[in-house]
Write a protein that binds this ligand. Structure first.
Ligand SMILES: Cc1ncc(COP(=O)(O)O)c(C=O)c1O
Length: 397
């Protein structure tokens, strides 16, 4: 009897670090969406606009000139100078372009670098639930512990200084906030942010403030945390070009922070990324120099879409918190009795509308779905018709 040698499947060893992360709840829907035709997507959190042409042209010109090499680890000096000017003009903040600014591969990298630069094993970072999908993993990958504070529609998805204070321990190192917020569209008032700032200073904590949606506010002011009295030295300000200038694919963001933190982040950045994409940095210079008009036009348009989206969702009978920033509506789908994941999956397969289940953003996102309105009014209106049919079919309350 011949015995066939048994083929042993090689077992790869995957790190605990990677194993403990769950795949993003958003990705799954993108993958499903790609396999279905005729889908209206309210799923992806990115502008439907192409990058303004003058910004593309600046990058094309740089390629024609052969500007295809690495840049300084910190980012091109001209970009850092423009950024420093931008932060001065917009928030009256003085950042030294050579020591206090770092150009990164989107806010995504800036967030990761921040956590790796400031956390030791077991250190805690306080953040809100729901929140942007990358916040907890950025802390976990740095061997820290995310400490979630539940927020609710009743409280406008804002977090209070008192809520934060009750979670501070000897292990707490930072408070991570992101307003205007993804997924809720909430914007925090200056007064509430000032209370959090005061709490942070009193407890010697850093505030990591993700202000990627700073330019996308509607009828309210955005407050830059670093610009609050005495906060520049206690804040890591993260910002980027993806949303305001429709530049998601260029992968440019930045961190503005005390020099010791920027120095630590730069060490990690230089061994991992080396530098942000050169072509993207050239485009970002153009965006800062001459992109304001294009940004203003897009924001005006997002506002029109926001009003249609929120009114439409409410007309369907879904309770919808009024988003004042970013480009997301976050309606409650509780009247259907479904989980947010069931709702999103059924809506996609039955009506070909893609939304993101609120549970992808944390436990407190359950009962909601995220609808991105950075898409055409025609698509928004058609999506609303389909959602009306769907909700009417499944409504239980
Ligand atoms: C709140 C928030 N922060 C950061 C990012 C990542 O932005 P970037 O494209 O600059 O990496 C996103 C992207 O959706 C976001 O919503």
């Amino acid at each position: 009897m011949s015995t066939k040698p048994r083929v042993q499947r090689r077992k790869y060893s995957i790190s605990k670090r990677a194993n403990q992360l769950s795949p993003s709840g958003i990705r799954k829907f993108f993958d499903m969406l790609a396999s279905i035709e005729g889908v209206i997507s309210l799923g992806v959190g990115e502008p439907d606009y192409a990058t303004p042409w003058h910004i593309c042209e600046a990058a094309i010109e740089s390629l024609e000139k052969g500007q295809t090499m690495y840049t300084s680890n910190l980012g091109m000096p001209e970009l850092r100078q423009e950024l420093s000017r931008h932060l001065k003009n917009n928030h009256d903040l003085d950042y030294d372009p050579d020591r206090e600014l770092l150009i990164t591969v989107g806010v995504s990298e800036a967030l990761d670098l921040t956590m790796r630069a400031i956390l030791n094993t077991g250190n805690e970072v306080i953040m809100t639930d729901p929140c942007y999908v990358s916040y907890p993993p950025s802390v976990i990958l740095a061997e820290g512990k995310p400490v979630m504070i539940p927020t609710s529609e009743e409280d406008h998805f804002e977090v209070s200084a008192a809520d934060i204070e009750s979670r501070i321990t000897s292990r707490t190192r930072a408070i991570l906030i992101g307003y205007p917020a993804n997924p809720t569209g909430a914007v925090m008032s200056r007064d509430k942010l000032a209370e959090i700032a005061e709490l942070a200073r009193r407890n010697h904590l850093l505030v990591v403030s993700d202000e990627i949606y700073a330019r996308l506010v509607y009828g309210v002011e955005h407050t830059c945390v670093a610009a609050l009295p005495g906060m520049k030295e206690s804040t890591v300000l993260l910002g980027g070009f993806s949303k305001a200038y429709a530049m998601t694919g260029w992968r440019i963001g930045y961190a503005a922070a005390p020099r010791e933190i920027i120095a630590a982040m730069t060490k990690i950045h230089q061994y991992t990324m080396m530098c942000a994409p050169t072509m993207g940095q050239v485009a970002a210079i153009e965006a800062l120099k001459s992109g304001e008009d294009s940004a203003a036009e897009m924001v005006e348009d997002y506002n029109r879409r926001r009003l249609v989206m929120v009114k439409g969702l409410r007309n369907i009978g879904l309770s919808c918190f009024e988003p004042k920033g970013a480009f997301y509506a976050f309606p409650s789908i509780r009247c259907t009795g479904m989980t947010s994941e069931d709702f999103a999956e059924k809506l996609l397969t039955e009506e070909k509308v893609a939304v993101v289940p609120g549970s992808a953003f944390g436990e407190c996102g359950e009962g909601y779905v995220r609808c991105c309105y950075a898409t055409s009014l025609t698509d928004i209106e058609e999506a609303l018709l389909r959602m009306r049919r769907f909700v009417n079919k499944y409504r239980v309350a």
